[in-house]
Design a protein around this ligand. Structure first.
Ligand code: FAD
Length: 381
């Protein structure tokens, strides 16, 4: 069976690795000429690392990852600690670690492992413009005029998935009202007491900061409200003074951190969503990751759910007689789980809009979501 994966993001690359290791022949078509360092961090909860360790990535990730002992939630103006989430025991509790990484370190690990298992699987500079179903195959048409035939197409082309729109709703993603800024700070430029993980919030704004890359960098994501948003993309440079002004009511320590981004650069982007989709497949084409179920970032589970999708879809294709049966089983297994994460991420966003409150933050304690086992848990829900 010839499997085409559209999109070489975290979802597409993990799928390619899982499927290659399971014995499938896959090709990943990525529109970018090469994958670039996006200068951002990512949290990988145990439900995601369980899959990545199973795929052999443990040593690669641990070479640079940071496992924080705890995350403190603080009052935005005073810096007073309102709630502590102990993260150091997660490996023992859930059988897999809670890691914080530079996104590039994760992508690099995935690409390197994939190249070792299937050297020619990843094709850069391959923008899929449209897909055309054939009898029991699918034709992929590329922007440069090329075409390829596959038995199965996995659309891992992100929140702006053109394949999703072509197959289901031709409706663009909608702005959620949240705008985010991101930046990295070299910890060598900070006093030691500021080099830790914390979330400061209040008055409808919050800043989440955490260490990545062996503790050499502190990643921050700051979120505020806006009525509308017109720009596009993850690389929109934002004026530093405008950003600092937006968060000028935050405590002195937080302001020290955000005023020192590497090369003085911060980026901003709008957070978008899509209506929930009950069906993720049509014929031989199936959606995965943000293309299927984009969610707000407040739960830190978007990439984790894409990673779970990758493992479950691989197992379904292995266990079922036809791709259509595999897609139905994948849908039954993944739908409720991804829906719960999407809803919880939205709720958590609401929590950060209100005033800092220890009682409501208890809802941030993880539970079943971190125990989820995509590697050997039951299929079919
Ligand atoms: C601020 C923020 C912080 C986040 N933090 C976390 C976190 O800490 N933990 C977590 O688990 N999740 C986090 N997420 C969510 C996470 O980043 C996404 O859920 C995840 O990247 C989705 O992966 P994906 O592979 O589905 O899509 P993407 O990463 O968007 O990848 C899609 C890929 O498809 C390619 N592509 C698109 N169209 C085409 C085409 N036509 N042809 C070929 N290629 C194409 C793109 O170039 C891209 O490489 C965060 C998100 C945001 C916005």
């Amino acid at each position: 069976m010839k499997i085409a994966i559209v999109g070489g993001g975290i979802g597409g690359l993990t799928t390619a690795l899982a499927m290659t290791q399971a014995g499938f022949r896959v090709t990943v078509y990525e529109r970018a000429a090469q994958l670039t360092d996006q200068g951002a961090g990512i949290t990988l909860a145990p439900n995601a690392t369980r899959v990545l360790y199973h795929l052999g990535l443990g040593p690669d990730l641990e070479a640079t990852a940071v496992t924080p002992p705890m995350t403190e939630y603080r009052h935005y103006r005073t810096g007073r600690v309102i709630f502590r989430l102990m993260t150091k025991d997660f490996r023992e509790l859930y059988g897999a670690p809670y890691l914080r990484l530079h996104r590039w370190d994760l992508q690099h690990a995935l690409i390197t492992r994939l190249a070792q298992t299937a050297p020619d699987a990843l094709k850069f500079g391959s923008c899929v413009e449209r897909i055309e179903p054939r009898k029991s195959q699918v034709e992929l048409r590329f922007a440069d005029g090329r075409s390829e035939i596959a038995d199965v197409v996995i659309a891992a082309d992100g929140i702006r998935s053109a394949i999703r729109e072509a197959l289901f709703h031709p409706a663009p993603p909608v702005f959620t009202g949240f705008v985010a800024w991101r930046g990295l700070v070299a910890t060598a430029d900070l006093p030691p007491h500021l080099c830790e993980s914390a979330v400061a919030f209040g008055q409808g704004r919050h800043i989440n900061r955490y260490l990545v890359r062996r503790g050499e960098l502190l990643n921050f994501i700051a979120v505020a409200h806006r009525n509308q948003w017109e720009e596009e993309g993850w690389f929109i440079p934002a004026p530093l003074d405008e950003f600092l002004e937006e968060f000028s009511s935050f405590d002195e320590g937080t302001q020290t951190i955000i005023s020192r981004p590497v090369l003085g650069k911060v980026f901003k982007w709008g957070l978008f969503g899509r209506p929930w989709l009950d069906e993720w497949s049509s014929g031989r084409v199936v959606l995965l990751g943000d293309a299927a179920h984009p969610m707000l970032p407040f739960l830190g589970q978007g990439a984790a759910n894409a990673i779970e999708d990758a493992m479950i879809l691989t197992r379904c294709l292995k266990s079922e007689a036809t791709p259509e049966q595999a897609f139905a089983l994948y849908q039954r297994t993944r739908g409720p789980r991804a829906r719960a994460a999407t809803d919880e991420a939205a709720k958590r966003g609401e929590r950060y809009l209100g005033e800092p409150n220890a009682e409501s933050l208890k809802g941030n304690e993880p539970g079943a979501e971190y125990a989820y086992d995509a590697v050997s848990g039951p299929l079919g829900g």
